[in-house]
Design a protein around this ligand. Sequence first.
Ligand SMILES: O=C(O)c1ccccc1N[C@@H]1O[C@H](COP(=O)(O)O)[C@@H](O)[C@H]1O
Length: 202
Amino acid sequence: MVKVKICGLKQEEHVQAAIDEGATWIGFMFAPSKRQISVERAIELAKQVPSYVKKVGVFVNPTEQEVRHAVETVGLDYVQYHGNEDPAFIKSLGYPSIKAISIRGYEDVEKASHYDVDYYLFDAPGTDYAGGNGHVFDWSLLDQLSIPKNRVILAGGLNSANVARAISQVDPLGVDVSSGVEKNGVKDSELIKQFIDAAKAQ
Ligand SMILES: O=C(O)c1ccccc1N[C@@H]1O[C@H](COP(=O)(O)O)[C@@H](O)[C@H]1O
């Protein structure tokens, strides 16, 4: 069954909704974004997360110190690099990691093979921010993927109405959502439930 990541959580009730509905990963946003939270806030939210739900810290071109501080104080299970981070930088930090790659064309898909990470997250290109824009990219660009599908997380404009189609077309290990489980820019527990139900039903 497909795994689900609910990203950009800021409130206890939405963290709980993601846990209760069966999310595999929950994401805390540490880069500039309307979903950004402080390390201190993430420490608070992390207290309610059982060990079987994995906490992901999302960064965009962070310093080594920023990543190390957040991993060690929040107890992050994975670091998601969502900028233009160098493969050597990610490897030198040595944490379990997810590399997000923005897909404009096939040449972007090929970039994945440069990274030695646990998971590859394919997302639509950002506008104001590097991600979290609710935009879908052309999933057919992943047809020729050289990395195994069980290392792929699909993101970008997913919601409860399109996630089943996305899973059936791409066959990823997991799906990731932020905007698609928000109402008026705020996470919504019912939308989180609908998204996870739709993904897991596929
Ligand atoms: O969520 C953000 O604000 C964000 C900002 C900067 C980099 C990444 C961000 N989020 C990631 O983008 C995906 C896709 O978001 P969406 O579902 O299209 O809104 C999200 O799940 C995060 O991993």
